[in-house]
Design a protein around this ligand. Structure first.
Ligand code: KIV
Length: 271
């Protein structure tokens, strides 16, 4: 008989309980097995398989080129690593904006083929029908408002959103629509801290911020940014916990030197 250590998995319900208790939610991105395993073992609550994989993993300028099949590849790699975290996967650009039937088909495909626990969609009232249809199939949905990178060509820049009163009012209304539609949580990206705090107070579902200040219910960062691997990206909201770009460059240079000088491998490093 094998002794199986039960690990308590994070659920969407627990995230809502955390908000009620005032306990902050920690979320990070992951796109591959090895990184996801480390993050999960560190005790993260939520792992987001973000479409930022398009930038971070594939080197595209925007999140638009990544496909549903590529997101499935990333999410299924992450899922194989997870013992505890809730895994949310982004529906990529072009896989849900057409109509609610297309959105449901994409959501079912990504859930079935990746094993993820929930999907995230960008947008407000314009995707209400799609959210409701996905939810009717039993798939939990996380919303995403503020800077929504899939609409970068509409915005024109990656600067702070909803600074003007009209856009702020619309964002607050959209957050309420997403809550009413049944989203279990909401990401707010790059908006004024005051507005984000107001949104978090106005709705009962957890609000997870990135560049949205400390008055929300949790935080998310792109892992490669917080580890300092993407050293050319330095927005004000980013806290770097390591400078891996420098450490890794140093290690690679040392390896190159050791190979060229015949120091590696030594007697003990061969058969
Ligand atoms: O794709 C992503 O990484 C995201 C986060 C920035 C929230 O959507």
């Amino acid at each position: 008989m094998s002794v199986h250590k039960e690990v308590k998995k994070v659920t969407t319900h627990q995230l809502q309980e955390m908000k009620r208790r005032g306990e902050k939610i920690a979320m990070l991105t992951a796109y591959d097995y090895t990184m996801a395993k480390i993050i999960d073992h560190a005790g993260i609550d939520v792992i987001l398989v973000g479409d930022s994989a398009s930038n971070v993993m594939a080197g595209h300028e925007t999140t638009l080129p990544i496909t549903l099949d590529q997101m499935i590849y990333h999410a299924s790699s992450v899922i194989r690593a997870i013992d505890r975290a809730l895994v949310v996967v982004d529906l990529p650009f072009g896989s849900y904006q057409g109509n609610s039937k297309e959105a449901l088909t994409s959501a079912i495909k990504i859930m079935k083929e990746s094993g993820a626990h929930a999907v995230k969609l960008e947008g407000g009232r314009e995707i209400k029908d799609s959210i409701e249809r996905i939810l009717s199939a039993g798939i939990p949905v996380m919303g995403h408002l503020g800077l929504t990178p899939q609409s970068i060509y509409k915005f024109g820049t990656y600067t702070v959103r909803a600074k003007e009163e009209e856009e702020a009012k619309r964002l607050l209304e959209d957050a309420k629509v997403l809550e009413e539609s049944g989203c279990f949580a909401l990401v707010l990206e790059k908006i004024p801290a005051k507005l984000a705090t107001e949104v978090a107070k106005a709705i009962t579902i957890p609000v997870i911020g990135i560049g949205a200040g400390g008055g929300v219910d949790g935080q998310v960062l792109v892992t490669h940014d917080m580890l300092g691997m993407t050293h050319e990206f330095s927005p004000r909201f980013l806290r770097r916990y390591l400078n891996l770009y420098e450490s890794m460059t140093g290690a690679f240079q040392l390896y190159i030197k050791d190979v060229k000088s015949r120091d590696f491998p030594n007697e003990g490093e061969q058969y």
